[in-house]
Write a protein that binds this ligand. Sequence first.
Ligand code: ZN
Length: 164
Amino acid sequence: MNRVIDACERSGLPIYFTRDWHPPRHISFKSRGGPWPPHCVQGTSGAEFHPKLRVPPDAVIISKGDDADAEAYSGFQGTDLEGRLRKAEVGEIFLGGLTTDYCVRLSTLDAIKAGFKVNVIEDCIRAVDVRQGDGARAIADMRQAGARFVASGEVIKMMASTQQ
Ligand code: ZN
C-alpha cells in the first residue's frame, strides 16, 4: 500500500484514507450485542493508522462509524467521501486495505453504485474470514458488481505512465 501511495503522490493524484472512528460504546462492540471486540475507539492508540503506513500530510482522512448507534463498514456511509470525490473530479478509484469481507467489500459496492470505476488492489487487501470463505465470497461479490482486480505492481506502472 505504501508503494501505491508513493506512486499516487508522484503522479499528483488525490489520496483518501478511511478509518473507523468509534465512540467508546459503539453498536458493533460485543458489549452492545455486536460482533466485534472494542476497536478503533476515538482518540485512542487503537484508532491510529498503523505506524508503518505512510499517510501523506495532504491526504484526506475520512472518519466513519462515529455514530454510537450505527455501523459503517463502507467509507461512503455517513461520510462526505462521495461529495469530496466528485468535487475533485475523481472518476476512477484504486482501493486497498482492511478488510476484504467487510470494509473493502462495502466501500467497493457503494463506490460502484455511486458510479465510480473501481479497481481493488488485490495484494493490498486481507479478509477476517470469520466464516471460512468469506474473503473469497466477498471478492466474487465485488467482481460481480463490476470491480476490477489489479496487482499493486500494475497500479504503480499505470500511475508512472500518467504523470500529471
Ligand atoms: Zn468498526
